[in-house]
Design a binder for this molecule. Structure first.
Ligand SMILES: Nc1nc2c(c(=O)[nH]1)N[C@H]1C(S)=C(S)[C@@H](COP(=O)(O)O)O[C@H]1N2
Ligand SMILES: [Mo]
Length: 365
């Protein structure tokens, strides 16, 4: 008698309403979010940046025999150790990274996956070299179409066993200021952020920034890997082939004022004028034009700082005169291309790209 392996035959993924299951709590415990009070920092302190790790964190004990392999549609396969990478021109750049699934748990019904609310974002200073400088040392064949970036982490999703892999077109790899990073905020990458080497694709949602990078394969066709075609697409329903997700949508978050209630995180504050501040960002290096601060649905213009880097979020602040009782605070950003955050989530089958305005309840007395 044979039984069907439930891991390789998981059945159809579904939506859910109401309480979170133990499996979702387990996911949330592994994949932590930024604490919103960290929005006071330009650069998210190490250990406070959000984390999204699909499988197990691979453990590289010793970097002495570690190599980044480059193979496929190239004149000759080659590899680089960390020392060789470190001889390329250095870059160090602030990049805001957000998970494409951020906000998923705020869409009803909820897609069963990592249940983010607002917190899957951070801004770090990534140090390393440009991917384009490395590729300049590789003789890529004229037939090349895409580059596949392979992580060292293997697991199962949708019944499919695979390594975490994503591709970029040759043009995207050369033109998007991508970084091969071995440092975060001036220190070697923490194990959970991709030690010893990761890709950073500035301006894109986080899935493109492959951690624990160990191989780049040049291919003469379009990549059909699980993380490329089965997920990270905007879809209306399960049958929709969808469109690939690339750049981040315009978004802003506010730092909750006052003090939190331990169990509910509802905020308590004094009646009076409060300065409310936060961060705003958009995708593909597009700057923020304005941020509006909402008090019970009445919007006023906030002051926005200039960007500290092309791909870095921008600080904003405004004043709110808060009377006694319960109120809703919110914020809404518009980028220089005129893209504005929606007031309510825009439907997506797997809860991707939810950039609806951030809302929090406060009680003043
Ligand atoms: N190898 C590998 N790279 C990965 C992932 C992963 O699970 N494995 N997760 C991706 C996703 S979905 C996101 S949002 C970012 C998160 O990066 P962080 O954990 O450093 O914040 O890494 C991306 N790179
Ligand atoms: Mo993500």
């Amino acid at each position: 008698m044979t039984t069907r392996n439930p891991i390789l035959n998981p059945g159809v993924r579904h939506h859910q309403e109401g309480d979170f299951t133990a499996a979702q709590v387990q996911l949330a415990n592994r994949n932590s979010g930024i604490h919103l009070e960290m929005l006071q920092h330009d650069i998210t302190p190490l250990g406070m940046h959000y984390l999204l790790t699909h499988f197990d964190v691979p453990y590289v004990k010793d970097t002495a025999d570690w190599q980044l392999e480059i193979e496929g549609d190239v004149a000759a396969a080659t590899s680089f150790d960390l020392k060789a990478l470190m001889e390329l021109p250095r870059v160090s750049e602030q990049v805001t990274l957000e998970c494409a699934g951020n906000g998923r748990a705020l869409i009803t019904p909820r897609w069963v996956s990592q249940p983010w609310s607002y917190e899957a974002v951070g801004n770090a200073e990534w140090g390393g070299c440009r991917l384009s400088d490395l590729l300049a040392q590789v003789d890529i064949n004229a037939t090349a179409i895409e580059l596949v970036f392979s992580g060292a982490d293997q697991g199962i999703d949708g019944g499919v066993v695979h390594f975490f892999e994503r591709s970029l077109s040759v043009q995207q790899a050369l033109e998007h200021d991508a970084i091969l990073a071995w440092e975060m905020n001036g220190l070697p990458l923490l194990p959970q952020h991709g030690f010893p080497l990761r890709l950073i694709v500035p301006g894109w949602y986080g899935m493109a920034s492959v951690k624990w990078l160990r191989r780049i394969t040049v291919i003469d066709h379009s990549f059909q890997g699980y993380q490329q075609v089965k997920t990270y697409r905007y879809r209306q329903d399960a049958d929709d082939p969808g469109v690939p997700i690339t750049g981040m949508r315009v978004k802003s978050l506010l730092m909750p004022p006052g003090i939190p209630d331990w169990l509910t995180r509802r905020r308590l504050l004094d009646v009076g004028v409060h300065e409310v501040s936060g961060r705003a960002w958009s995708g593909h290096g597009v700057a923020i034009d304005k941020v509006e601060l909402g008090l019970n649905g009445n919007w006023s213009l906030a002051e926005v700082d200039p960007p500290t880097g092309k791909y870095s979020w921008q600080a904003w602040r405004g004043a709110c005169d808060i009377g006694p009782g319960q109120h809703e605070l919110s914020c809404r950003a518009t980028d220089v291309n005129g893209q504005v955050q929606p007031l309510a989530p825009v439907w997506d089958q797997s809860g991707m790209g939810n950039n609806a305005v951030h809302r929090i309840e406060v009680w003043a007395e």
